[in-house]
Design a protein around this ligand. Structure first.
Ligand SMILES: *Cc1c(COP(=O)(O)O)cnc(C)c1O
Length: 369
């Protein structure tokens, strides 16, 4: 933890909050990332001053000089985490300390200043104190929190940013799956890559997404929902799926085992991935971090040693994979249905997040409202 003293936040509540009836209308079917709450947090940073001007203020547009560094050179990072309505009516955030730590690691990679972890968490607490009415209570609904930071100084010369802006916004989020959890079909991407050794793949940086959209478009043309990224050196090892980590359930020796790629430096170290590795152990399954090649995946599905596959991340928790397609044909997984072990893991994690199961790892930060 950083030793920097807590920053004082100025609080400027909105004079025109969204009326309760309209808010409830938006919460009824929020989709993802379309509606935003009444407030946002902003903090500024300058080389000489450090962090300053921390403020809760009305949600609204930014005014940026067209020469702002981020608009040209993409020096920026983001995070994504969720607040969940609890059975007692309270609100709890899932593992904000893990996101705060990852935000600092992403900052280091993108040559941005490191926001103290306690300030990151204080910002979330403060926003939720004002906007907790926006945390939906329907099952599978949540309030998605989006902290982000970018080089906000002005100048077209490529340089180390002297001025940075941190913002935190929040958006009610509905069920990822409209009619129950449904397996997706994925495209094995053998031409484009997401991340290379030494690159920015393990930082949560927007540019990683921009570079992947062309493969996303190709996947859609092939009738697929998402892209499976392979390693950049050999195009052989499975790394991630779109903006989620990839997991398999192997059956070797009769014991279900969660298998996922180790954090090689080209993968984003997902908080969901980390949580599921721990939960797999709690549920009596095996948990292995090792590299899996495309041929092991394909052959394992054919001979039954790999029973299930899914992607995991904050937005959808667990997304089962029912079918893989590639330029050289494809294959089905668990007969195209959601696998039972995947669904047990999903249920275990979602129950902790919703506060309906004990929280042995102390992952939930309960808000003092
Ligand atoms: C955010 C992200 C993930 C998942 O991380 P979580 O912390 O589980 O949400 C996985 N891969 C990429 C590329 C990501 O950006």
């Amino acid at each position: 933890m950083s030793t920097v003293a807590g920053i004082r936040f100025k609080v400027t509540p909105t004079k025109s909050p969204v009326p309760a009836a309209e808010r409830e209308r938006r919460l009824a079917s929020p989709g993802f990332g379309r509606a935003f709450t009444d407030h946002m947090i902003s903090i500024k940073w300058e080389v000489e001053r450090g962090w300053y001007d921390a403020e809760l203020r009305p949600y609204g547009p930014l005014s940026l000089d067209p020469g702002t560094v981020f608009l040209h050179y993409a020096q920026g990072i983001f995070e994504g985490l969720k607040a969940y309505r609890q059975p007692d009516g309270g609100v709890a955030v899932f593992r904000p300390d893990a996101n705060a730590a990852r935000f600092r690691r992403s900052s280091r990679r993108m040559a941005l200043p490191e926001l103290p972890e306690e300030t990151f968490i204080e910002a979330i607490d403060l926003l939720l104190q004002h906007d907790h009415a926006w945390v939906p209570s329907a099952p599978d609904h949540s309030l998605y929190l989006r902290p982000f930071m970018f080089a906000s100084d002005v100048g077209l010369g490529v340089h180390l940013g002297g001025e940075v802006t941190f913002l935190l916004i929040a958006s009610p989020s509905g069920s990822y799956f409209k009619s129950g959890v449904k397996p997706v079909t994925v495209w094995l991407e053998e031409k484009y890559t997401r991340a290379a050794p030494g690159g920015t793949g393990e930082a949560k940086a927007g540019g990683n997404y921009a570079g992947g959209l062309i493969a996303q478009a190709q996947a859609a043309r092939e009738g697929c929902d998402d892209v499976v990224w392979l390693d950049a050196a050999e195009h052989k090892w499975i790394e991630e799926m779109g903006g989620m980590n990839l997991c398999l359930i192997s059956n070797k020796g009769g014991r279900p085992t969660l298998v996922t790629s180790p954090l090689t430096g080209t993968l984003l170290p997902g908080v969901t991935r980390d949580s599921l590795l721990k939960l797999a152990g709690d549920l009596g399954y095996g948990a292995e971090e090792r590299r899996v090649s495309v041929s092991e995946w394909r052959d394992g599905c054919a001979d039954g040693s790999i029973a299930e596959a899914f992607a995991c991340g904050t937005a959808a928790v667990i997304t089962p994979i029912g079918e893989v397609r590639s330029a050289h044909g494809g294959w089905k997984i668990s007969g195209g249905a959601a696998g039972p072990i995947s669904m047990k893991l999903r249920e275990a994690l979602v129950s902790i997040q919703r506060g309906t199961a004990p929280d042995p790892h102390h992952w939930m930060r309960k808000l003092q409202l």
